[in-house]
Design a protein around this ligand. Sequence first.
Ligand code: ADP
Ligand code: MG
Length: 196
Amino acid sequence: MALEGVDGSGKSTQARLLAVSLLQQGREVVLTQEPGSGPVGQRLRRYLQGADRHLSPQEELDLFLADRREHVEQVIKPALAAGQIVITDRYYYSSVAYQGALGLDPTWILAENEAFAPQPDLVFILVLPVSQALARLQRPHQLSELPLYLEQVAAIYHNLQGPHIQRLDATASPQTLHATLLARTLEALGEFGGVG
Ligand code: ADP
Ligand code: MG
């Protein structure tokens, strides 16, 4: 399963809480995130924390795709093959929303990703007004965190649809949000026997 939403919407908080609850139930869980920890992921993180956004949208997308290919091959596929529950803090919907907001076609970005990346059984999009999300971040904002840009990102997230995509009101407290997320995940586990 994947957690998505704008910066500050609570993805990392919820990913940790969900992993802990599932582990406490004795389930096997792999908690992972994008950008990944490999060389490309590290380069991406440095770029996003840097002073200017000098890469073209296509170059950015290419880097995220390279990072994701590595993530899929080295982390996601082996975990799924071992029957573990994968919780990923961001996945390819982030490319659809963030590079889509730079002018690339969201539908095309989605197709490029779904050609190689396993579709999650569940995607939670945490929905929070951009102003509230940015107010939560207790650090200097990154290049990708300009309010107008994030409004575009949020609009693309808003348009994503599919039976596996669920939206949650992220204005709720972490514990309230967690209770909903856990209940829906357990429901899906009952349905699929495993949640990718
Ligand atoms: P993201 O990973 O989506 O950027 P985080 O989980 O890092 O978001 O949360 C951003 C900030 O907001 C953190 O300081 C976190 O403690 C706080 N936070 C997370 N969830 C909530 C919530 N439901 N209500 C209020 N503050 C929250
Ligand atoms: Mg985070």
